[in-house]
Design a protein around this ligand. Structure first.
Ligand code: 1BO
Length: 275
């Protein structure tokens, strides 16, 4: 499949979501403004944030200064752990709307599968049926958490966003299959491993074949896996480099070689053991 920076994926409710966007975790406060403006200027349209990232208000500022209209953008935010529960989630959502200076979100996610996730999901269903958010989903959910939502609620999450790169791909295979079988789109965060694996010899060797960096190989691998991919960067040159992945295609042999990197590496918690 040929991708462009404008390529979209259809979610399980028919909504079209960009396949590629800017992650903003760790870009706190003012430090997010220029990166979002650079990204929007380069054609990024998906901006991923969360209450926990403490940058929603500054993302609103960047969007305003970009001159783009709201309907050209796809904005995701997430409800944080301490805001979970039905009423708390409804008010956390309103706070996110206010900070982001918008009347709706495109996608709202439960950030982690904490104890109150079922009440929280009910609140997301309410926000969705009230038309305040165009799609709802989850982040960092393992199979047992997704099964619970599917078995006990009306709406199936449209997206599960979790840490995903070749270095945890083999460990996440069952979760990826479960999501695919239930029409839950997989969204990959930290696709560049926070830079920790950019010297891996397989990535460097494959990158040389296409005259691309290891980071570009990782993003292209993620897109060709049909994941929604949201590399984070605060650097203008890296934001540009990360978007320069639409003029080459990894061969099936190269995809397979990357698929079979086994590393048991992850940056964040493995929730598969969480109740
Ligand atoms: C703790 C934040 C993980 C990425 O959303």
């Amino acid at each position: 499949m040929e991708f462009t920076i404008n390529s979209k994926i259809e979610l399980n409710n028919g909504l079209e979501m960009p396949r590629f966007g800017l992650g903003t975790w760790k870009l706190k406060r003012e430090s997010v403004v220029n990166p979002v403006k650079w990204a929007l200027n380069m054609g990024y349209r998906l901006i991923d944030t969360a209450t926990f990232y403490r940058n929603e208000k500054y993302i609103a500022k960047a969007i305003k200064e970009s001159g783009l209209s709201r309907d050209e953008l796809f904005i995701t935010s997430k409800v944080w752990d301490t805001d979970q529960g039905y009423d708390n989630t409804l008010s956390a959502f309103e706070n996110s709307l206010r900070k982001l200076d918008t009347e709706y979100l495109d996608l709202y996610l439960i950030h982690w599968p904490r104890k109150r996730r079922n009440e929280t999901w009910k609140a997301l269903e309410k926000l969705y049926s009230d038309g305040k958010v165009k799609a709802i989903g989850v982040a960092n959910f393992a199979i047992q958490h997704l099964e619970e939502i599917i078995d006990t609620h009306d709406i199936i999450p449209a997206v599960n966003q979790f840490e995903l790169h070749p270095f945890d791909y083999s460990d996440e295979q069952d979760l990826i299959d479960y999501c695919r079988n239930n029409d839950i789109k997989v969204e990959a965060y930290s696709p560049l491993t926070h830079g920790r694996k950019l010297n891996h010899p397989t990535l460097k060797k494959i990158g040389e074949k296409y005259d691309k960096s290891a980071a570009q190989v990782l993003i292209r691998w993620s897109l060709q896996q049909n994941f929604i991919c949201i590399p984070k960067s605060g650097s203008e040159s890296h934001i540009k480099e990360n978007a320069n992945v639409f003029d080459f295609k990894l061969s099936s042999e190269d995809m397979e070689e990357i698929n079979t990197i086994k590393a048991n590496f992850r940056l964040l918690d493995d929730t598969s053991k969480w109740n």
